[in-house]
Design a protein around this ligand. Structure first.
Ligand code: AMP
Length: 170
């Protein structure tokens, strides 16, 4: 796990001036570190306390689906606009470097009672908050948020009233 931080590359002024973008894709190029990370995330209390996982497009899918496999928990997805067929719930949000909306399939969301939100990185918390609103809209429970990285200076975790767990705070 000590190697985890060294696999994360920082790109300054990407995708906008003033943003220090953390590229986590190096983690999946080291299969030993990726495996250890997934084992750790899968045994986290936030995952254990949930009936299902909801992962966020797109990098959240990488970690979410591996955790879903390892923890034997079903997974549903929160997607960017125009991607999901059928009836959806949709909510708008602002993140560290822009704004967008996320959607969840109504039928998928209705299947399970509680969800662990999984994403690659927590910055301001706007993205995860949007997913929490989608879950609450359907009367379901959020068991917590689990990310690989948290940017501590942005204090994103302060906006949540559910447990927030992260593997690496930087
Ligand atoms: P936020 O909503 O501000 O917490 O932003 C979290 C979402 O945006 C995650 O899905 C991240 O992938 C992405 N993100 C935000 N800031 C960064 C950053 N500095 N480096 C990499 N990804 C980021």
């Amino acid at each position: 796990m000590e190697k985890l931080e060294s696999l994360i590359k920082t790109y300054y002024d990407f995708p906008k001036k003033g943003i220090a973008f953390k590229d986590l894709l190096g983690i999946i190029q080291d299969s030993e570190v990726f495996r250890e990370l997934i084992l750790r995330m899968s045994s986290n209390q936030v995952i254990k306390n949930s009936e299902a996982i909801i992962s966020i497009e797109a990098r959240g899918f990488i970690f979410g689906s591996a955790i879903s496999f390892q923890a034997s928990k079903p997974m549903i997805v929160a997607r960017k606009p125009g991607k999901l067929p059928g009836e959806i719930y949709q909510e708008h949000y602002s993140l560290e470097y822009g704004n967008n909306s996320l959607s969840v399939g109504k039928e998928a969301l209705e299947k399970f009672s509680s969800y662990a939100i999984v994403d690659d990185l927590l910055a301001t918390g706007g993205t995860a908050d949007c997913v929490a609103r989608l879950i609450n809209k359907s009367g379901k429970k959020v068991s917590g948020l689990l990310t690989v990285v948290e940017l501590i200076e942005l204090n994103g975790r302060l906006r949540f009233d559910f447990p927030v767990e992260t593997i690496l705070s930087i």
